[in-house]
Design a protein around this ligand. Structure first.
Ligand code: CAA
Length: 262
C-alpha cells in the first residue's frame, strides 16, 4: 500500500487496527544498519501517532528475525566514529518511542542486535525455529544495544553470562523455559498467532492497555514498594475513565464492552 512507499528495508502494512512491520533486508539476514534504524523510527512514530492502530507486530523472515547489527557497516568504525554519534542510542529512543504495545514475532536467527531488538518488544513470540544469541564476544566486541542488561533481566545471570561469554545460541524451547519468550508456536503459525494476539490487544481499551504496559515496565526501574505504590495510583486513576465504567457495566450486563479510550 501507500504506507510502504517511504521504506526500503521494511515492509509496513496495516491489518485493521494492527500494524505489521517486517524487516526486509533478506540478502543480509536483516542485519541492522543505520537505514533500518531510521526506518524503524519512522514506522514506530507513524504507529504511535495513528489512533486507528492499537498494536504493532515486528517480524523478520523465516530464516532470520535479524542476524545482528551490520558487521560490514561497523568493521571500519572506531571509537570516535561511534562515540561521536552515540551509535545505537537511536535504539534507546526507539524502545521509548511508543507507549502503545508491540510484539516481536521471531523465527530463525535473532543474534546480537537482532536479539537485543526483540528484547525491546513488550514480549516475544517465537517460532520453534528461533535461535537467540549474543555472539558479539566472537567478534571481539560486546553487546551494544542493551543485550547485556535486558538478557540478564530476562533469563538471569547464569544463562546470560554463559551466552555472552561463549556466544552460544539458545533455541526456542529453552528460551521459553528461561522466560526470554512468552510463547513458542509452530513456525507456520507464527505470524497468524502474533497477529491474533495483537488483534486481541488492539480490541481492548487503549487507556487500560497503556497503563498495563507502563506498570509492567515500572517493575524494571523501581523498588517493590515504590512499584506497588505506583500501581495503586494508576489503578485509582483508571477508576475515573469512561472505559472502566463501560468495562464493568458490560461485564454485569453480560454484553461486549464498547471502548472509547476516554
Ligand atoms: N552484518 C552484516 N551482514 C551479515 C550479518 C551481520 N550481522 N549477518 C549475516 N550477514 C550477511 C553475510 O555476510 C552474508 O552476506 P554475503 O552473502 O554478502 O556474504 C549473508 O548475510 C548471509 O549470511 P551467511 O552466509 O553467513 O548465512 P549462514 O546461513 O551461513 O549463517 C549466521 C547465518 C549464523 C546468522 C551468520 O550469518 C552469522 O553468524 N552472522 C553474524 C551474527 C553476529 O555475529 N551477530 C552479531 C553482530 S554484532 C552486534 O549485533 C553488535 C550489537 O550488539 C549492537
Amino acid at each position: 500500500g501507500a504506507e510502504d512507499m517511504a521504506y526500503e528495508t521494511l515492509l509496513v502494512e496495516q491489518h485493521e487496527a494492527v500494524t505489521l512491520v517486517t524487516l526486509n533486508r533478506p540478502k543480509a539476514l536483516n542485519a541492522l544498519n543505520s537505514q533500518v534504524l531510521a526506518e524503524l523510527q519512522m514506522a514506530f512514530a507513524a504507529y504511535e501517532a495513528d489512533d486507528s492502530q492499537g498494536c504493532l507486530v515486528l517480524t523478520g523472515s523465516e530464516k532470520a528475525f535479524a542476524a545482528g547489527a551490520d558487521i560490514k557497516e561497523m568493521q571500519p568504525q572506531n571509537f570516535a566514529d561511534m562515540y561521536g554519534v552515540d551509535k545505537f542510542s537511536g535504539y534507546d529512543a526507539l524502545s521509548r518511542s511508543t507507549r502503545k504495545p508491540w510484539i516481536a514475532a521471531v523465527a530463525g536467527y535473532a543474534l546480537g542486535g537482532g536479539c537485543e531488538l526483540a528484547m525491546m518488544a513488550d514480549y516475544i513470540i517465537a517460532a520453534e525455529t528461533a535461535k537467540f544469541g549474543q555472539p558479539e564476544v566472537t567478534l571481539g566486541i560486546a553487546p551494544g544495544m542493551g543485550g547485556s542488561q535486558r538478557l540478564t533481566r530476562a533469563v538471569g545471570k547464569a544463562k546470560a553470562m554463559q551466552m555472552c561469554l561463549t556466544g552460544r545460541m539458545m533455541g526456542a524451547e529453552e528460551a521459553e523455559r528461561a522466560s526470554l519468550v512468552a510463547q513458542v508456536v509452530l513456525a507456520g503459525k507464527l505470524l497468524e498467532e502474533a497477529l491474533n494476539q495483537a488483534r486481541t490487544i488492539a480490541g481492548l481499551g487503549p487507556l487500560a492497555v497503556k497503563a498495563n504496559k507502563e506498570l509492567v515496565n515500572a517493575a524494571f526501574e523501581t523498588s517493590l514498594s515504590e512499584g506497588v505504590h505506583f500501581e495503586r495510583r494508576i489503578f485509582f486513576g483508571l477508576a475515573s475513565t469512561q472505559d472502566k465504567q463501560e468495562g464493568m457495566t458490560a461485564f454485569i450486563e453480560k454484553r461486549k464492552a464498547g471502548w472509547t479510550g476516554k
